[in-house]
Design a protein around this ligand. Structure first.
Ligand SMILES: Nc1ncnc2c1ncn2[C@@H]1O[C@H](COP(=O)(O)OP(=O)(O)OP(=O)(O)O)[C@@H](O)[C@H]1O
Ligand SMILES: C[C@H](N)[C@H](N)CCCCCC(=O)O
Ligand SMILES: [Mg+2]
Length: 208
């Protein structure tokens, strides 16, 4: 099974929460290759908590940057330069879930965008989108960017309260598959997340 890239229409849309649910459901390993904002706690520890991952199912970040800003700037602040060419997915026997930093056109350095790395890898992408107002524009733009680079898209995973018309409108204009919707969970616990994912998503959509 190919690794799956979890990307999003923006930062803070729910990629980490969705990636944790997917990692748990697939029995996968998890990798956040570029983490900016370690000063605020990283995504890997949150996925480990939400997916109850043992250490052997966590791939260490390749770039651990302290400041919660775009990776290109976080790297400059830490006095390093991200080399996307050196970012090779780990060899893995089983499934692997890879989470990007922020949205698709987030720079890794002053020349390279996140989406260029994903296009070079060639792994299928699950696009995480919020359900609230503004998501039609952000999601259609992200899908256009992926199509223009010929990146395979598994579909769109929505996070948030129900918004049937926005979801249907995105599907109609883009032709992208709606993978499902994670509702807002309170409290956000491993058990609640596992149940919500199982109720709303079909694992077959991720086993390509
Ligand atoms: N289904 C949900 N229920 C409750 N809270 C959620 C849910 N999805 C996301 N959140 C919360 O929303 C915030 C942003 O989510 P998350 O960290 O997953 O975003 P992200 O897209 O991974 O952001 P980043 O670009 O920093 O990686 C977090 O505080 C998270 O706990
Ligand atoms: C710090 C944050 N949580 C992410 N790790 C990085 C988000 C970068 C967004 C850049 C941008 O689109 O302006
Ligand atoms: Mg995240």
């Amino acid at each position: 099974m190919s690794p799956i890239v979890v990307t999003g229409t923006d930062t803070g849309v729910g990629k980490t929460v969705f990636a944790a649910a997917l990692t748990a459901a697939l029995g996968a390993r998890y990798w956040k290759p570029v983490q900016s904002g370690l000063d605020e706690g990283g995504d890997t520890s949150e996925v480990a908590r939400l997916a109850r991952l043992p250490p052997e199912r966590i791939v260490p970040e390749a770039w651990r940057l302290r400041t919660p800003v775009s990776p290109h700037l976080a790297a400059e602040i830490d006095g390093v330069k991200i080399d996307p060419e050196a970012l090779a997915p780990p060899q893995s026997d089983g499934p692997l879930v890879i989470e990007g930093a922020g949205g698709l056109l987030v720079p890794l350095n002053r020349r390279a965008l996140t989406i260029d790395l994903f296009a070079r890898w060639g792994f299928p992408v699950a696009l995480v989108a919020r359900t609230g107002l503004g998501t039609i524009n952000h999601t259609l733009l992200s899908l256009e960017a992926l199509a223009s680079r010929r990146v395979a898209v598994l579909g769109v995973a929505f996070v948030g309260d129900a918004n049937d018309d926005s979801i249907a409108t995105i599907a109609a204009f883009s032709g992208a598959k709606v993978l499902g919707r994670l509702p807002r969970l309170d409290p956000l616990t491993p058990d609640a997340l596992r149940a919500a994912f199982a109720a709303a998503f079909d694992l077959a959509d991720f086993r390509s």
